[in-house]
Design a protein around this ligand. Sequence first.
Ligand SMILES: Cc1cc2nc3c(=O)[nH]c(=O)nc-3n(C[C@H](O)[C@H](O)[C@H](O)COP(=O)(O)OP(=O)(O)OC[C@H]3O[C@@H](n4cnc5c(N)ncnc54)[C@H](O)[C@@H]3O)c2cc1C
Length: 480
Amino acid sequence: MDDAAPKPRDHAQLRERIAAVVGDKGLIQGEAALAPFVADQRGRYRGRTPFVVRPADTAEVAAVVRLCAAARVPMVPQGGNTGLVGGSIPFEAGEEVVISLGRMNKVRDLDAANFTITVEAGCILQQVQAAAEAVERLFPLSLGAEGTCQIGGNLSTNAGGVHVLRYGNTRDLTLGLEVVLPDGQVWDGLRGLRKDNTGYDLKQLFVGGEGSLGIITAAVLKLFPRPRRTAVAFVGLAEVEAALALLGRCREASGDGLTAFELIPRLGLDFALKHVARTVDPLAGRHPWYLLIEAASGRDDDDLQGALEQVLMTAIEDGLTQDATVARNEAQARSFWHIREAIVEAQKHEGGSIKHDVSVPVSAVPALLAQALPLVEKMLPGVRPIPFGHLGDGNIHLNLSQPEGGDRAAFLARWDEVNHAVHDLVQALGGSISAEHGLGRMKRDEAAARKPAVEVAMMRAVKRALDPHNLMNPGKVVEI
Ligand SMILES: Cc1cc2nc3c(=O)[nH]c(=O)nc-3n(C[C@H](O)[C@H](O)[C@H](O)COP(=O)(O)OP(=O)(O)OC[C@H]3O[C@@H](n4cnc5c(N)ncnc54)[C@H](O)[C@@H]3O)c2cc1C
């Protein structure tokens, strides 16, 4: 896959020219300083780069890209480097220059009346949430890495998170973009329009493009009224099938105000209670499955808590759920969320974990679990499955913890084989092998093999049209 990149290259001369554009503050060199930019969080990928560029504004990004393009040196755009599929990591050959957007972190405009915020790509997600909150607005994108990931990375991976059910994913939150193209041209598409039918929706090529078509430098994002009331429930279930009926009832009872509908298996709760401080089981009995349900309303007088309590009481009477509790106050609501957030951290203490980020139609989640769990248990005797996540979006993180006391390396060596078998089931159910993390380097070839040939051909045609020399994050998303 490195063969796609042109060579050889004179990095020293390029570095001098780039230094003249970005100055000392904009250049990182030396093995130790480069280390955080060439490895991913999960330790699956470690690449090399001659240097990292940290431009201060769009003009600098454009000048740097023009210099790289002229020298035919490939580039890897990087945000917070929290991506989970190796998209932001340069290859081992060390040919690519990393362009890190972290210094471009200004809020350029906040138009509360238009319900929009215009931010630079290097803004940390939490910073955007806080800026919106300061004017009584909500920027609803929320995910575990929100203190580190950047808006440019969120856009480029079309990040999902916990509120997709109500507000959509990053794609749905984007009104306009500013992008530096692979030849260094700047596209100013920073429009704050809800309606714009003037041809192809080009911004959507870059949202979810994982940096393969250009560098996003700024975006106009949608804001919403800040919720005045929220209600959070923790529910025990005997079977996942019951969750579907409950999802429908909760959506109706809350005036379609559900903001999260998250699945947690008992073993996931056990891991959280064992390994993560301040986790408390909210229910007295043990149940095979749990749901964390959140509803929100922009009205002060909405009795969401009462509505949720009513739905859950009826669900218990109907035998849909076995037990449930609605948080009495904010602290209790936070403690329910703390369990959900602890699931990923807790798994790290239980040895190796083979992961899947898959989606199926919401109605097919029970079928997926009914087929996938026996399959992985047969393939990996003693495996401890932790299927958890965004049930309301049909997106399950089917994580598999290694057998207790087993050999971690031998277990992880089965990763691709197990992924493949689970992905076959997902495909048969009309699902996706990457619900929210993207393809990057990890799933590029598998996605190409599973997509219709005509779809892959269209993706390649777009890539060739915008990046004919294959310089922008080559070898990620789609190979040309
Ligand atoms: C604890 C944890 C929880 C997570 N939870 C979720 C979750 O719930 N939902 C979810 O969707 N993801 C989740 N993720 C994955 C990750 O946080 C997201 O993919 C995030 O959107 C990546 O942002 P980043 O700034 O770290 O991007 P990076 O990792 O730096 O980059 C990701 C990709 O985007 C490209 N890129 C970055 N910036 C730009 C830019 N300005 N222009 C063009 N391309 C660019 C990179 O080249 C790369 O291909 C989680 C990760 C962690 C570690």
